[in-house]
Write a protein that binds this ligand. Sequence first.
Ligand SMILES: [Zn+2]
Length: 495
Amino acid sequence: MIKWYARSAGQLRFAAAVLLVFGFCFGAARCTRAQDVSYDVVIANGRVMDPESGLDAVRNVGISGGRIRAISSSVLKGKQIIDAKGLVVAPGFIDLHQHGQDAENYAAKAHDGVTTALELEVGVADIDHWYGERDGKALINFGASVGHIPVRMAVMHDPGQLLPSGDAAHREATPAEIEQIMSSIEKGLQRGALAVGVGPAYTEAATNEEIVQVFRMAAKHYASCHIHIRSGAPRPGAAAGSFPGFEEAIAAAAITGAPLHIVHIQSTGGPDVVDELQMILEARSRGLDVTTEAYPYTMGMTSIQAAFLDHKENEPDSYFASMLWPATGEHLTRDSFLRYRKEGGMIILPSNKQENIDAAIESPLTMIASDGALFNGKGHPRTSGTYARVLGHYVREEKALDLMTALKKMTLMPAQRLEKRAPVFKDKGRIRVGADADITVFDANTVIDKATYENPLQYSEGIRFVLVNGVPVLKDGQLVDGVFPGRAGRAPISQ
Ligand SMILES: [Zn+2]
């Protein structure tokens, strides 16, 4: 039996190789070889790396009509030839956590190799409106979840900007409000939201029961819950750090069956990052669909009005001095913290120790996701630098990750997270014939992040060519003007 399989698999591989070399024949008259076709674009002589098949070899990639049509060791003809000799040809990176969703942010993402940027953690309240604003106008692919946070803000008339600062953060919802919140989330899912965003750290008055209801609604529509877990003081007798918030998320997933994705575990995991990664592994081994993500920085960024920054006025001076106000670059004092808290805006603050960040980035469980947002060039360097930093620092300099594993965390794993609900992702995150031609071509010997806390807009280096649906958006490291090939990453619309 085993022998038969082996021979049969060998024959299959041989047949596949013959097809690749001689092309596909559909009737004698239309028999064409891959190398006789002229493709829209050919990426020639690059080191093609595909985390799904394990392919890691020099190949030519033929692209037409926005899709990969051939992957061949023979020379391919094309209207446009990209010389990728000495460069890695990888699936375009899929960022599951990108808040900034405009031209400025998409340009920074493209320079970092990202071809699909998704707002899944906070999400949006009006799915149709959000996708409508971007259709035909985006440099890279885009998508969003329906967010419990913005929906709760709308229902409870919260005055906050991106995140709640009023009732949505601080008041329990009435039964009538809960009903409205759940029906708005369901409407978003029916209109093709990719997932459900949840952030009890920002809606701290939302009860455990409300969170379970949100998960229950997500489960009904096979949508994953992307959660920023609850922070704050642990329950008496519980482990330190954010552990109760972590348990709440795992429990809600176990109770309802909703797929769970814990965002930026390297920061919200606090001192428990390594333990929580181990618990995710254990939960997965019991059949729970739990995944997680991380970004490679020791500082985080959030709204200064976030609920978890309430009641901090008696912290020591060093607490405020550790915070950065990106709009001016200044370190805070008690006075400026309290003043800016009234005004509102984003703040950069320490999130975790380097050893915990490293453990999260190097874990085979985590996807890479940036949590990025730039506002007129101000913000956190993670927006522009996350992917190049992992490839340059963790893969090349530290050798803490092998290149294929790092690419898998940036491409295949995020595509697989979404593809059950949104089948468009079955053709993303892969270099495969028939897949969308979202491709990142980079120099593994030089790729590195350049964005800093002082200048977060400095683009990454070493990302040479980026194609979105077969259209180059970055050539020789330079942005191409006037192209908008980005498409909606959206789940099927059911109603
Ligand atoms: Zn977050």
